[in-house]
Design a binder for this molecule. Structure first.
Ligand SMILES: [Zn+2]
Length: 270
């Protein structure tokens, strides 16, 4: 595999990007948010998680990591000062226009790697548009759920501000995690009950406010998170996503001929 100094699009030069897109037309879009995560984790937790995992996946799949923009759709967290949200319409446009730009430069396969549940409906709409109107082969992975599947048991589940999220930031920049400031976790049983309810396939209650799940804004037990565990988690998640994505893209190419079927469509302006 060719060695690039980094997989982050915005850290590379023009000739490096041109050569890379020619060699492999796969790009990864990290999706996350900027929102409060209690007193111990940075507001960028979700976008840092998707960037660091996206980069590890890109190394395994010889891909580029796009600058997707840090902000997502998170009205539920707006009662807290450490939150910035976009409307779903704005977010969809940011995602679509970012990816269409790279499609114009030759990107054909897109892996959307998301770590923020509030983005899921918008990403589904954007992914459809990028496939049907812009000819990209698209796979979206909810990386936070991959983390939950692999580490839910050992890390107290996927909770807002809990161990899994602390590990994700530790894998990115350990100095941004303040385990000495952990304070005021909301009741875990209450948080679990609501998170379980809103993550079922059949029933989706719409919550106005994170305080319904966690009155203090977060819950969980991040106190035993370490950098060593974090690197282990990062590698395991990246291995799992790269394996599954490789196989799914292969199946899509085989079943649908990649983008051949829709390249006849005229690209539509965003
Ligand atoms: Zn989060």
């Amino acid at each position: 595999m060719p060695t690039l100094p980094t997989r982050y699009f915005w850290e590379l030069t023009q000739p490096e990007i041109a050569a890379q897109l020619k060699r492999n037309p796969l790009v990864i879009l990290p999706a996350g948010s900027v929102e409060q995560h209690g007193p111990h984790l940075p507001t960028g937790t979700d976008i840092f998680a998707s960037n660091v995992i996206g980069h590890a996946v890109a190394e395994r799949m010889d891909a580029l990591v796009l600058p997707g923009g840090p902000i997502g759709v998170t009205p539920m967290h707006m009662p807290f000062e450490g939150t910035i949200t976009l409307t779903p319409e704005t977010y969809q446009r940011v995602v679509i226009e970012t990816c269409v730009s790279t499609a114009q430069h030759g990107a054909r396969q897109l892996l959307v790697l998301n770590w923020h549940e509030g983005n899921i409906p918008s990403l589904a709409i954007a992914a459809e548009a990028l496939h049907r109107s812009h000819g990209m082969t698209v796979l979206t992975v909810q990386a936070c759920y991959v983390a939950e599947e692999l580490y839910g048991q050992s890390s107290g589940g996927l909770t807002h501000g809990g161990e899994i999220e602390a590990l994700a930031v530790l894998a990115y920049r350990p100095e941004l995690v303040h385990l000495d400031r952990i304070e005021g976790s909301s009741d875990t049983a209450r948080g679990r009950k609501w998170d379980k309810l809103r993550r079922t396939r059949a029933y989706q209650p719409v919550l106005r406010d994170i305080k319904t799940i966690a009155p203090s804004g977060w819950y969980g037990s991040p106190e035993h998170a370490t950098v060593e565990k974090a690197m282990q988690m990062l590698n395991r998640i990246a291995d799992a996503i790269a394996k599954e994505a490789r196989e799914t893209f292969r199946m899509l190419e085989e079943a649908e001929g990649g983008t051949a079927e829709i390249t006849r469509l005229r690209p539509v302006a965003v």
